[in-house]
Design a protein around this ligand. Structure first.
Ligand SMILES: [Mn+2]
Length: 268
């Protein structure tokens, strides 16, 4: 069983991946307005799709912040296109070549950060319905996904996680909280793997019999409030992972792409 995991594509952001030749509602080719970083991210994304064609995953897991939404936390700044419906269609154009790979049998989607999607309407559910319209077996999974007995592995995945200075500390904290909740009888299931996103960096922590993965993103450095004070702390990892799960063995293959540029720290 192979599971491709990705998150934080933030389609609509001027700092994030945007597909080639996206023609907007009024007939303008919005992709022509992409900057150098976005063109590079689109190249990386195509490479990611080629990698997936070779790997032939069974399942795709998408953990939120698929579009950038109205970007209300930044007062709507930094968008290549602000209209949520356009962002949704552009995301579909970006993702179809991945989810239509013949080996892919099911696609799970979870919600992301509310301020990056919409607080008025469920964008992820709408995207799920869009994908169904293209014949994709898309499954809207709300806030989190639980996959049980994948070759003996039980997986929990969601977009959000709480931040700490050292993201490795966060990973260990979340794992220990999960184990404690299970030991206290607060959960029915002990999960072998917990997958999160949101922080835009890749991390993988394996302890004796539990694992934690933090997914990379598809957005270059973005000077959001707070991130300009310590820019190096907020440098993202770009890419995604494929989980290969067979007979109680789990391996994580990561695909991470080179950083694009560093000279835009204080521009919005
Ligand atoms: Mn995000």
């Amino acid at each position: 069983m192979k599971i491709t995991c990705l998150a934080d594509t933030h389609v609509g952001s001027l700092r994030a991946v945007f597909p080639d030749n996206y023609i907007g509602e009024l007939g303008n080719n919005i992709s022509l307005a992409r900057n150098m970083g976005q063109r590079q991210l689109a190249k990386y994304f195509k490479n990611f799709i080629e990698w997936n064609k070779q790997e032939r995953p069974d399942t795709v897991l998408m953990l939120g912040d698929l579009i950038n939404g109205t970007n209300r936390n930044a007062y709507g700044q930094g968008q290549i296109v602000a209209d949520i419906d356009e962002q949704r269609k552009a995301f579909i154009k970006l993702i179809l070549p991945l989810v239509k790979i013949p080996s892919v049998k099911e696609v799970y989607l979870t919600t992301g950060s509310g301020y990056h999607e919409s607080l008025d309407s469920n964008v992820t559910k709408a995207i799920t319905d869009d994908l169904k319209g293209y014949g994709v077996n898309a499954i809207y999974s709300g806030h989190s996904v639980e996959l049980e007995d994948i070759s003996g592995f039980s997986i929990y995945a969601q977009h959000e996680c709480s931040n700490t200075l050292y993201k490795g500390t966060m990973a260990e904290k979340e794992l220990i909280q999960q184990l404690t909740a299970n030991a206290l009888g607060r959960t029915k299931q002990k999960y072998d793997l917990d997958i999160r996103a949101h922080l835009h960096v890749y991390e993988y922590l394996e302890m004796r019999n539990v694992r934690f993965i933090l997914l990379p993103c598809w957005q270059e450095y973005t000077p959001i409030s707070g991130a300009t004070k310590s820019p190096f702390r907020w440098m993202p990892d770009i890419g995604g992972v494929i989980l290969n799960i067979e007979e109680k063995e789990l391996t994580v293959k990561k695909k991470l792409y080179p950083p694009i540029r560093f000279k835009m720290f204080n521009q919005t």
